[in-house]
Design a protein around this ligand. Structure first.
Ligand code: F6R
Length: 603
């Protein structure tokens, strides 16, 4: 949520800061702004809307600069407007800063600053930081930032420039991501390092409660008391092509198609064919006496958790709870002994998932983070991390991360099941099915033109149901979420058996049902539920395994047969394509749906 970029060096700082910003636009796109030192003066430019609008208006200015910071906003406090766009200045107009995060005590600080005669120009929480820095400034910018941030409660990553300090950018972080890319006599700043991979692969990640002074020559990192800290330069395992759209019109489509590969990558080095088990060298499970598990996640990752919970319970007989992190964090965190916590998050930065994890961390026997982003906050806070290795997911709607999560969770469930008595033969049979997934994902992707035809018939509807039972219930939730978020269509994901307890009242010819039918155990029941839909003239799109018959359906998408536990992976690839094609027919902004941002770093 909100992206920060910056550059200091010998090249065109404005062009580079804007390019880095565009690589992070998935973090928010309500407004954008930039600050630079031009002919010795601190200048700023802001625009409502996307980075492209800012870029265009900067081109007219023809500014030349070698130092710049920039920001793309996802509005939290104050609507998207010029006044609320970053950068924000202090009362002297000599200092400008950009911010990602939320300042929880901003009202108290604002009152205090107003009592000192400071007037505010925006409705943002961020402006208290710039004003505080201005009030604390006595000639040393680093010290002013340190004093200012010591007063802040909440989460922040900030980049600060000052007219009297044309050779430095000061950074400060608490629980929000920020990193610096090292070049030759030039430095790059970003919330997400993938955004500067085209310039450098050497990266220093700032951790919570660190400050940094960035100059052309280098980077100095400090703790909150301004004692210097040693940091290691890491090498980004990314290529510039990993973060480009390539031949695809949207990142989302590229990422849907990448799933054949990402599903394969997820299982690399985790398969133990001889033992019919899984290998997780990054985890230290052997000495643990796990008696139960709690899974924490939000959104699509929560849906992956729902699938994993059923699988874990069936294969290991361990009781498993899945909790929506934003709700769980406000409940008494009652944890019985020997509880394993699994936090699932593509970004590793989701504020609610992190808060729920923090509430449990000291009460559980072991915590595992399932994450796609190396060095993210989650991976630093859990006992051990398992990485999806799906490559950067840039489309705001999560696709390949979900299927990779499911592959890894099935391998993890297999590992625990084998430790708890599942036979080698059964383990080997499950493993073979997992290893067959990449080819089966490819078969689903080959259905695209058929799914396109179906989309043409259904893009006109305003309401949908997505129904499923057992392993297909989370698949139905996920399918409905994709349609809602990218096509702006009201779609209800429901457990099919619950329909007659109320929602069936909504079934009529103008409300189609997407029936997720790949769960064999519940298929007969699902058929009865669909008869009830048909009896009320509801249209049905069935997603079902090849070889099965479903006469009630108006349209059918056949996908390869697979065991029930793994079926959500294949069904979801089909529902992703359906949502994508409908959104595309409706001309929606698929990669940047309205009101959304990837990496939800605020509550
Ligand atoms: C939906 C989507 C979101 C995320 C959710 C959690 O397509 O992307 O629902 O799944 O915001 O994000 P992570 O997994 O990064 O914690």
């Amino acid at each position: 949520m909100c992206g920060i970029s910056g550059y200091i060096g010998h090249r065109d700082a404005i062009d580079i800061a804007i390019t880095i910003l565009q690589g992070q636009e998935y973090r928010g796109y309500d407004s954008a702004g930039l600050a630079a030192i031009v002919d010795g003066k601190l200048c700023k430019k802001k625009e409502v809307g996307k980075v492209a609008v800012l870029k265009e208006s900067l081109e007219l200015e023809k500014w030349q600069s070698q130092i710049s910071i920039a920001h793309t906003r996802w509005a939290t406090h104050g609507k998207p407007s010029l006044a609320n766009a970053h950068p924000h200045h202090d009362h002297t107009h000599q200092c400008l800063l950009v911010h990602n995060g939320i300042i929880e005590n901003y009202e108290v600080l604002q009152k205090e600053l107003i009592s000192l005669g400071i007037s505010f120009n925006s409705q943002t929480d961020t402006e208290v930081i710039s004003q505080l820095v201005g009030v604390c400034y006595q000639g040393n910018l680093l010290e002013a930032v340190q004093k200012a941030v010591s007063r802040l409660e909440g989460a922040f990553a900030i980049a600060v420039m000052h007219a009297a300090h044309p050779d430095e950018i000061i950074l400060a972080t608490k629980e929000s991501p920020l990193c610096v890319g090292r070049g030759q006599q030039e430095m790059f700043i970003a919330s997400d390092p993938g955004a500067f991979v085209r310039y450098t692969r050497g990266v220093v990640y700032l951790h919570s409660c660190e400050l940094a002074r960035v100059t052309k020559q280098g980077l100095e990192v400090f703790c909150t008391q301004l004692k210097p800290k040693q940091k290691t330069i890491q090498t980004l395992g990314l290529e510039a092509s990993d973060v480009s759209k390539g031949q695809y019109p949207h990142y989302m489509l590229k990422e849907i198609y990448e799933q054949e590969r990402s599903v394969k990558h997820a299982m690399l080095s985790h398969c133990d064919d001889a033992q019919g088990s899984a290998l997780f060298e990054e985890l230290d499970l052997d000495h643990l006496n796990i008696e139960r598990s709690i899974i924490l996640a939000c959104g699509t990752s929560y849906h992956a958790g729902l699938v994993a919970a059923q699988m874990l319970e069936e294969w290991t007989r361990l009781p498993v709870r899945v909790e929506v992190a934003s709700e769980f964090r406000y409940r008494p965190s009652i944890v019985e002994p020997n509880t394993l916590v699994i936090a699932i998050s593509q970004s590793g930065e989701t504020a609610d998932t992190l808060a729920a994890l923090r509430a449990l961390k000291h009460k559980c026997c072991y915590s595992i983070g399932l994450c796609n982003v190396q060095n993210s906050t989650l991976t630093r806070e859990v006992d051990a991390s398992v990485f999806l290795r799906a490559g950067p997911e840039i489309g705001v709607a999560s696709t390949k991360a979900f299927t990779s999560q499911l592959v890894l969770l099935s391998l993890f469930a297999l590992k625990l099941a084998r430790l708890r008595g599942m036979s080698v033969q059964e383990g080997q049979s499950i493993l073979r099915d997992i290893q067959g997934l990449p080819e089966q994902v490819k078969q689903v992707l080959l259905q695209r033109s058929h799914i396109q035809d179906i989309a043409k018939r259904y893009a006109c509807y305003h309401n949908f149901f997505y129904l499923g039972r057992r392993y297909m219930f989370p698949a139905a939730l996920e399918g409905a979420l994709k349609l809602k978020e990218i096509a702006y269509i009201n779609a209800n994901g429901y457990a099919a058996g619950e329909m007659k307890h109320g929602p069936i009242a909504l079934i009529h010819p103008d409300c189609p049902t997407v029936a997720c039918m790949q769960d064999l155990v519940t298929l007969p029941k699902m058929m009865s539920n669909l008869s009830e839909v048909k009896a009320r003239d509801g249209k049905i799109i069935a997603i079902i395994s090849e070889g099965m018959k479903v006469e009630l359906a108006d349209d059918v998408i056949y996908i390869p047969q697979v065991r029930d536990e793994l079926a959500p992976i294949l069904t979801t690839v089909a529902t992703q394509l359906l949502a994508y094609e409908i959104a595309s027919l409706k001309g929606c902004e698929i990669d940047q749906p309205r009101n959304l941002a990837k990496s939800v770093t605020v509550e």
